[in-house]
Write a new protein. Structure first.
Length: 235
């Protein structure tokens, strides 16, 4: 089944230069994160925890720019934080993040390593065209935070069923589990990141994901020159 990911003009107008990295994975095996990966994640989080003790979070590279992007979209970043800022706050406070499973753990690692929002979704739960846009009143869903979230004037992704993901919090409907065999991963890439740097970031991320989960990956960068990414779903 051919599926499309579309970067909507509303987002490009609000944040010129914004890019979305999209990776479609198929035939993957999701499970508990291997000990090697857990060790690597733990070491990085401990290093970040130490760094953030003497650094105001707003001064951490990647956070101020994303707060600016949120404001441009109409979102108050003090009330609705970018997901990577929330993760960094948790690391600063607690020293580490809880392990969930290999797909989520690695997605969180990419998010704090590159200091940008990233989301990973069970592609079998997606129906029709996926659109990344600025949300409207009707864009709501039950989030992983246990609340009903509304996405008017916030960056959101939706399919033919409705909204399902954002750089704030994702939905229960499309969350990945240990039963997931195909996934769509979205990286929200700031204007300051060049396309060449974005390509390297996505290639490195897809390679690391493949090393842990096997399978295959299709990669694309959506921007003002290429606004559509198409891939062949297995289900």
């Amino acid at each position: 089944m051919l599926t499309h990911v579309l970067l909507d003009q509303s987002l490009l107008h609000a944040a010129p230069g914004l890019k979305v990295g999209a990776i479609y994975y198929k035939d993957i095996i999701v499970g508990e994160s291997p000990k090697m990966i857990k060790g690597r994640l733990q070491f990085y989080q401990e290093t970040l925890h130490t760094e953030l003790q003497d650094l105001p979070l707003i001064e951490k590279e990647g956070i101020a720019e994303w707060r600016h992007i949120f404001k441009a979209a109409g979102t108050d970043p003090s009330r609705y934080r970018p997901s990577h800022e929330s993760l960094a706050r948790a690391v600063k406070k607690n020293g580490n993040l809880s392990f969930v499973h290999s797909a989520v753990d690695l997605n969180n690692f990419f998010s704090i390593q590159y200091m940008l929002p990233a989301g990973i979704y069970d592609a079998s739960a997606l129906k029709g065209t996926v659109t990344v846009k600025i949300g409207e009143e009707a864009d709501t869903y039950e989030g992983l935070n246990g609340r009903t979230n509304t996405f008017k004037d916030k960056i959101v992704s939706s399919d033919d069923i409705g909204a399902f993901g954002s750089p704030i919090v994702d939905s229960n409907r499309t969350k990945t589990t240990t039963e997931t065999t195909e996934a769509l991963q979205l990286f929200y890439l700031p204007p300051s990141l060049s396309k060449k740097e974005a390509e390297k970031l996505l290639a490195a991320s897809a390679k690391m994901f493949h090393q842990i989960h096997s399978g295959e990956a299709d990669v694309a960068i959506l921007d003002d020159e290429q606004t559509v990414f198409s891939f062949q779903k297995t289900t």
